[in-house]
Design a protein around this ligand. Structure first.
Ligand code: ASP
Length: 352
C-alpha cells in the first residue's frame, strides 16, 4: 500500500512538471521575436485555380503583389509607421484594375461601384471605416481620415463623400472605377440569375451565381513597425451584383479588420456575411488574448473550424506582435504575399 502511494505521488509530480514544461514552451513560442518589423497582404481569396489562369495573368498578379508589399516594406525598413505602410501598400492595389478595390471594383446590381474600407491602429485601438463610397479615389485613405479627423468610426454614402471633399481627398468621377472585365462579369451573373431565379434558389442566384467561380479580390494589409505598433486595413468593392446598399465585412471593425498591439492584426477576405456573423478578425485576437493561442492556432481555428462549419468561405492574413505571420484560407486560392525584416519575400496564389 505504501509503495502504491509512493508511486502515485511520483506520477503526480511528473505530471506537474510536464505541465510546467508545456507552459514554458508555449510562452517561449509567444515571446520569441521573429521579426522586428514585417508586412503581409492579400488580394482576395476564392476559386482561383491554376487551370483557369494564363501565365501572363499569374505573372501580372504576382508582380503587383510584389510591387505593393515592397512599398510598405521600404516604409517600415526606414522607420516609418505601420499606418503609413498599410495605406500606401493598399493604395498600390486600389489603383490596379486587377483587384476588387478602388479601380477594378466589382459592380452592384444597379451597375455602379460602391466601395468599402476600414483601418485600425493597434496601439490606440482607434479605427476608421467607410461604406458605399462612389467617388473617392482611395477608400483606405478616407477610412484613415475618418479615424484621425472625425469623432466617428464609420461614415457612409454621400456623407462620406462630403467629408472626403472637406478634407481635401482626391475625388474622381465614378467612371474612374469602371473596368470592362468587371462589367462583363456582372452581365454574366445577371443573365444567369434570370434563369436561376425561375427556380426557387434566389439566395444562391444573388451571390454571384454559385460562388464557385467567384474571385472575391478584396485587398488587405497588416504591418508591424519598428516601434512595435500593428496596423491593419482592408479595401473592397464588395460582391458582384450586390444590391439594396448591401455592405460586407470589409468596413466592419472586428470582422474585416482588427488590430491590437497586445495580440495581432488581421485583414479578411471572403463571403462577407459569414465574416460578419463570425466576427472573424476579432475572434482571432480574442483567442490569442483569452486562450493564449499562438497566431497560427487562432487563425486556423477561426477559418478552418468555425467559419467553415458555418458555411463561410475566404481567408485572412494576420501578423502578431512578435512579427509572426499567417496566411489562412479555406478556398482554392488566395492572392497573398509577405515580407519579413530580412526582406525575405513570399508571393503565392494557390494552395501549396
Ligand atoms: N469580403 C468582401 C465582401 O463581402 C468581399 C471580398 O472579400 O472580396 O464584401
Amino acid at each position: 500500500m505504501k509503495n502504491y502511494l509512493l508511486l502515485f505521488s511520483f506520477l503526480l509530480i511528473l505530471l506537474g512538471c510536464k505541465n510546467d514544461i508545456d507552459t514554458t514552451i508555449k510562452e517561449d513560442k509567444l515571446n520569441s521575436v521573429q521579426n522586428e518589423f514585417a508586412i503581409i497582404i492579400h488580394g482576395g481569396a476564392g476559386t482561383i485555380l491554376k487551370k483557369n489562369m494564363s501565365d501572363e495573368k499569374e505573372a501580372a498578379y504576382k508582380a503587383k503583389l510584389e510591387e505593393a508589399i515592397k512599398v510598405g516594406h521600404t516604409i517600415l525598413k526606414n522607420g516609418g509607421t505601420s499606418a503609413e505602410a498599410v495605406m500606401k501598400t493598399i493604395q498600390v492595389m486600389e489603383e490596379s484594375p486587377l483587384f476588387n478595390a478602388g479601380k477594378g471594383a466589382v459592380f452592384t446590381h444597379e451597375e455602379t461601384n460602391e466601395l468599402d474600407a476600414s483601418f485600425m491602429d493597434g496601439k490606440t485601438l482607434n479605427a476608421g471605416a467607410v461604406a458605399g463610397v462612389t467617388n473617392v479615389k482611395s477608400p483606405i485613405e478616407l477610412a484613415i481620415k475618418v479615424m484621425t479627423d472625425s469623432d466617428h468610426v464609420m461614415l457612409s454614402g454621400k456623407g462620406a463623400s462630403v467629408f472626403a471633399k472637406e478634407k481635401g481627398l482626391e475625388i474622381v468621377d465614378p467612371s474612374y472605377f469602371y473596368t470592362e472585365r468587371r462589367f462583363k462579369s456582372l452581365q454574366r451573373i445577371k443573365n444567369r440569375n434570370k434563369t436561376e431565379l425561375d427556380h426557387d434558389d434566389k439566395k444562391a442566384a444573388f451571390y454571384d451565381a454559385d460562388i464557385k467561380n467567384a474571385k472575391f479580390g478584396t485587398v488587405g494589409c497588416v504591418a508591424l513597425d519598428k516601434n512595435g505598433n500593428i496596423a491593419a486595413g482592408t479595401s473592397t468593392g464588395g460582391m458582384t451584383n450586390k444590391r439594396w446598399g448591401r455592405i460586407g465585412d470589409a468596413p466592419i471593425i472586428g470582422s474585416g479588420t482588427y488590430a491590437n498591439n497586445l495580440t495581432c492584426g488581421v485583414s479578411s477576405t471572403g463571403w462577407g456575411e459569414y465574416f460578419i456573423r463570425s466576427q472573424v478578425a476579432y475572434d482571432i485576437s480574442a483567442q490569442m488574448e483569452y486562450q493564449q493561442k499562438t497566431l497560427k492556432e487562432a487563425t486556423k481555428d477561426v477559418i478552418q473550424n468555425k467559419l467553415t462549419k458555418l458555411g463561410g468561405t475566404g481567408g485572412v492574413v494576420a501578423l502578431d506582435k512578435k512579427g509572426n505571420m499567417s496566411f489562412e484560407f479555406n478556398t482554392a486560392g488566395m492572392y497573398r504575399a509577405s515580407m519579413d525584416e530580412k526582406g525575405n519575400l513570399v508571393v503565392k496564389i494557390y494552395k501549396e
